[in-house]
Design a protein around this ligand. Structure first.
Ligand SMILES: *Cc1c(COP(=O)(O)O)cnc(C)c1O
Length: 339
């Protein structure tokens, strides 16, 4: 079998949720959008429910179907994108709580499903989703389960936007009796002022920054298909981008940009043979990587690209991106195992 193995450590995932939960005195939800940040929403949500999570968030109603099937009827499933045309049946059938983002969505929801609970998302300065201050009146929240907003710069604790958004959130929600939520992973780390009644961490659960204390959740091991020796001057891979300067052993490994090991890693990423780092040689192909293993004293059966020696953020750094993008790009081709 040539597919790579993606191991998902559900115990580490649960520990991360508990550690984030312990940061606040209030309830901690779990964001499992984009198929649980690429790791499998159903499996991830079940483990988080076992750890104690009672509320979940996804981006769009379609993501809620596998989630409801995995979780059963009781846990709350909230929808960030609110109530779009065509969503009504699923919201009703799966008992979802849309976070309504505009007066139009409020009207649509109340007309289509007058008895179905809803929350509201308000914009406090990110200008992405949510009801704008000029459309907002606190009476809109009279029957809402939750009023939430999202921080644009929570991963930079000293950014002035954090305090500005907090003040706007406080003034827009002053006097409301319903639950309030402002913090994702980054906001949860900003301290109690940001916690309100519910925090909504995503990336920290899956081992990513800005939750620096997170335990790694995903490990990726890739099989070596073949090795060969290059003489000085010979090249490897597309574009002859790697040129051997010495007698070089190249291991060809099964995974590529179709597996989320994006092309921007070409020439910069590092893999590991046990504890020993080995550099990627040349360009990332769709299904293959070429790796310089000259300095190893053996031919490994697999090389690791994600694991204890290299976090998802370190790998992302090598490609000029963020851990979120690496995880959500991994794709369907790995053999997925849980431990
Ligand atoms: C994705 C998202 C979250 C979770 O964010 P993380 O940074 O992954 O913790 C929370 N709230 C909203 C509105 C989101 O879009």
């Amino acid at each position: 079998m040539a597919t790579g193995t993606l191991s998902i450590d559900l115990t580490a995932l649960q520990s991360n949720w508990k550690a984030l939960d312990a940061l606040s005195a209030t309830e901690t939800a779990a964001v499992v959008k984009a198929d649980g940040y690429g790791l499998g929403a159903g499996r991830v949500a079940k483990a988080l429910a076992q750890a104690g999570a009672r509320q979940f968030f996804v981006a769009v109603v379609e993501e809620a179907a596998p989630l409801r099937a995995a979780l059963g009827p009781d846990p709350v499933i909230n929808i960030f994108s609110g109530h779009m045309a065509g969503d009504t049946q699923m919201i009703a059938d799966l008992n979802l709580i849309p976070m309504l983002n505009s007066p139009e969505q409020i009207a649509r929801h109340k007309q289509a499903l007058p008895h179905q609970p809803y929350g509201l998302q308000i914009d406090t300065g990110m200008n992405r989703l949510g009801i704008e201050a000029y459309d907002w009146s606190p009476e809109m929240a009279a029957e809402a389960t939750l009023v939430m907003s999202h921080l644009a710069c929570a991963d930079e604790p000293n950014h002035a936007a954090n305090d500005a958004q907090l003040k706007t959130f406080l003034s827009m929600t002053a006097g409301l009796l319903c639950h309030r939520s402002l913090a994702a992973t980054g906001g949860a780390l900003l301290g109690p002022d940001y916690h309100f009644d519910l925090t909504r961490p995503g990336i920290g659960l899956y081992g990513g920054l800005p939750f620096a204390a997170a335990q790694p959740v995903a490990t990726i091991d890739l099989p070596v298909i073949q090795t060969r020796t290059l003489q000085p001057g010979e090249s490897a891979g597309y574009g002859c981008a790697f040129i051997a300067e010495r007698e070089t052993t190249i291991a060809t490994v099964s995974a590529g940009y179709a597996d989320g090991l994006i092309r921007a890693m070409s020439g910069t990423a590092t893999l590991y043979a046990g504890d020993t780092p080995v550099p990627l040689a040349g360009r990332v192909s769709m299904d293959l990587l070429t790796v310089d293993i000259t300095d190893l004293d053996h031919t490994p059966e697999t090389l690791q690209i994600l694991g204890p020696h290299q976090t998802v953020d370190q790998l992302a750094d090598a490609a000029g991106t963020i851990g979120y993008e690496i995880l959500t790009s991994l794709g369907p081709r790995y053999k997925r195992i849980t431990k």
